[in-house]
Design a binder for this molecule. Structure first.
Ligand SMILES: NC(=O)c1ccc[n+]([C@@H]2O[C@H](COP(=O)([O-])OP(=O)(O)OC[C@H]3O[C@@H](n4cnc5c(N)ncnc54)[C@H](OP(=O)(O)O)[C@@H]3O)[C@@H](O)[C@H]2O)c1
Length: 243
């Protein structure tokens, strides 16, 4: 069975992914900013699922630490799920450039920094799978969310290039576009029930996406069609919409 590294393991989606992989008899490495906050999940994985579970300190924005972080992982993972992310209100990010920087440096630069390192190791080993949790918000910029959306657009493009680059070395790269999910990140939003997934549904989709070597997945199937329509609207009309 495989060793799975979860980058951003305190996230609601990350916790569900860790549990899913443990349930499927994989050992799990949990990486997050505050390791003590995830001690219960680690014990749960060891006791309930009888799987090895180690916790590592990892800060996506501390780029200089990423080489050392990866060096210290033992064993090296077979599967990596990059799930950390940051979203604030668009207005706040526009008014306060620090918030914009934080959004970009978490969702894009931080992910690129660590996945460049992991991609190189996987290339040398000629095996491995990487899943990145991006967002449908990256598929078209909207006035309500374009700072977060553009950082995820960059991440989606990065994952596409990484897949293209690593394919020849037998490495699988999965892009996950979850649509709305009930988590801490969205708890202040009034989400439409029908369109919103639970973290456990994202976890199953990620697990199956890796198992079936999918390239790009939407967690709920209809999001593919929603985004197809949204992307088809001409810019001359789209700019007039209050989206
Ligand atoms: N919820 C949705 O509707 C939705 C939709 C599409 C995509 N997503 C994406 O799904 C992923 C998981 O988010 P979530 O919905 O599960 O929300 P969440 O529970 O708020 O998780 C966000 C996670 O990112 C971590 N994080 C933030 N900055 C970090 C940094 N500098 N270094 C390391 N970790 C950092 C946080 O860790 P701390 O515990 O240290 O704060 C937290 O665990 C994100 O990439 C998000 O953009 C979510």
């Amino acid at each position: 069975m495989a060793t799975v590294l979860i980058l951003g393991a305190t996230s609601d989606i990350g916790i569900a992914i860790a549990q899913k992989f443990a349930e499927e008899k994989n050992s799990v490495q949990l990486a997050c900013r505050y390791p003590s906050s995830i001690a219960n999940l680690a014990s749960d994985i060891r006791i309930r699922y009888q799987q090895d579970c180690e916790v590592y300190a990892f800060d996506a924005m501390d780029f200089k630490s990423h080489q050392q972080f990866y060096k210290e992982l033992s064993p090296k993972p077979d599967i990596v799920v990059c799930v950390f992310g940051y979203m604030t209100e668009n207005e706040k990010a526009v008014e306060n450039f620090e918030e914009t920087i934080k959004t970009i440096n978490t969702n894009y630069t931080g992910a690129v920094s660590i996945l460049n390192i992991i991609g190189q190791d996987f290339s040398e080993r000629k095996s491995g799978a990487i899943a990145g949790i991006s967002s449908v918000a990256g598929e078209r910029g909207r006035q309500s969310n374009y700072i977060y959306g553009s950082s995820k657009a960059g991440f989606t493009a990065y994952l596409s290039g990484l897949r293209n680059s690593l394919y020849k070395n037998n490495i699988h790269v999965l892009t996950v576009l979850p649509g709305f999910v009930y988590t801490k990140m969205t708890e202040h939003l009034d989400l439409p029930k029908l369109l919103t997934a639970q973290p456990s549904e994202v976890a199953t989709a990620v697990y199956e996406g890796i198992r079936k070597k999918k390239n790009v997945i939407y967690v709920k199937w209809f999001w593919r069609w929603i985004m197809y329509i949204i992307k088809a609207i001409p810019e001359s009309i789209f700019k007039r919409k209050n989206l």
